[in-house]
Design a protein around this ligand. Sequence first.
Ligand SMILES: C=C(O[C@@H]1C=C(C(=O)O)C=C[C@H]1O)C(=O)O
Length: 476
Amino acid sequence: MTALPGSLDATTLVVDLPGGSSLADLLPALEPSAVWLLRGEGLIGLGAAAHIRARGAERFAELAQWHAQHLAPLAETSTLPASLVGIPGAGPVALTSITYSSASAADSHLILPELILGSAEGKAWITAVLRVPAWDEDLEETDEPVAQTDDGAAQVLSPRRLDALLAKHGLQLNAGRLSLIGPGQPAAGKRDGRTAEDSSRPATSLIQGSHSEQHYLRAVRAGVDAIEHRRLEKLVLARDVVVAADAPLPTGPLLASLAADYADCWTYLAGDVLGATPEMLVKIRGQDLSARVLAGTVDGRAGLQRARTLLLEDPKQRDEHRLAAQSLLDQLAPVAHQLHAQDPPAVLELPNVFHLSTDVTGRLTAETPALLVAERAHPTAAICGTPTATAAELISTLEGLDRGAFSGPVGWIDAQGNADFGIALRGGIIQEQGTQVRLYAGCGIVAGSVPEEELAETWAKMRPMLGALGVLPPLT
Ligand SMILES: C=C(O[C@@H]1C=C(C(=O)O)C=C[C@H]1O)C(=O)O
């Protein structure tokens, strides 16, 4: 973990967005360090005031400790404009991605952007986070006079410094209106989030991932075998493919296209992982928690009527789903009460696939820090299996992958401890200086699963990223 000398100072201002546009409309022209968007609203992080990395079994605890020591105190010291008080995620907020496995060679991340663009409930704001050096540090960067806010609180951020910070990220503020500097103004309400710059996007092609399709078919067969020998009930097996580009891929336009095409999914970027996930591991609002468990999948080409029959009336799909919902309830039970799971599950319709979906609600019983609630909830049987330990062990031998951030928690946590932790699905990991994205997808295997059908399902799950990257999947 990185030590952080000095302390942090955050200033939040209410802003207007260019007429008729949403936060997501700004994305194509930005180079975000972190993103979390649903239906055009959410958070865009730019730069980093602090970037904490952790690995191993203590990764959740280390990030939670950093939050408690550095971010939580800002809830007291950085006051919010009155109209934003009570809006979760408003003010200083860290975005995070945590690896699926404690054995991963990849880092887990907690990123506190130096500039946060936020929007929720029809309001928009910017938060600037500055690092105030300790007394014995070089003070060169803080030669600005300390200003006073209306309520008399000390404010390190002078108007000149704010303008410089905005300009560094291609933005400006005029009479409270936030806009892009230069020609790349957002296209108000533009449906597909694409701009003229798209024509100059790097050329992309699909190449094999860590293993062949045959390797995946064999792994699924071995998984079904283990289930039929009663070693376990359910197992989620993933595979990867790589999209290679002839130049670094700009993440702003990629995320904008995901946000436009998958508006009902959470579009995310944190550390090196990005995508658009439909699954919420756990959302924390004060003592309230909620989640959306998904398991059981039908290709979107089936159409809603047929998908409803295939999902709701198939005992195999219902069983696979029940195990996923039950695992979340069991794992949250020590820290929550009044846990309630929707029954029967609903059918969630996405542009590429249909899922069985269960909404869960509950109340946290004790003051468990949000990141440690996420640690408890992870991994559910939606992305691991039942029983968890047996499934995790089989995954590590059969998949032959380091999943990195794929299928781990991804989202944000604010100074008060409100948080969204999605599951990093339908995404990929940026590699090779931005010239490659490694896409991952997995499928729940139960007794009777057919390997070829599971392989086809992985392609359906990769469709959002393949589409955003301009690559056609093979015919399935
Ligand atoms: C593992 C993935 O998705 C998970 C597995 C599902 C399934 O097996 O039916 C459905 C939704 C997700 O919980 C993935 O998208 O890669």
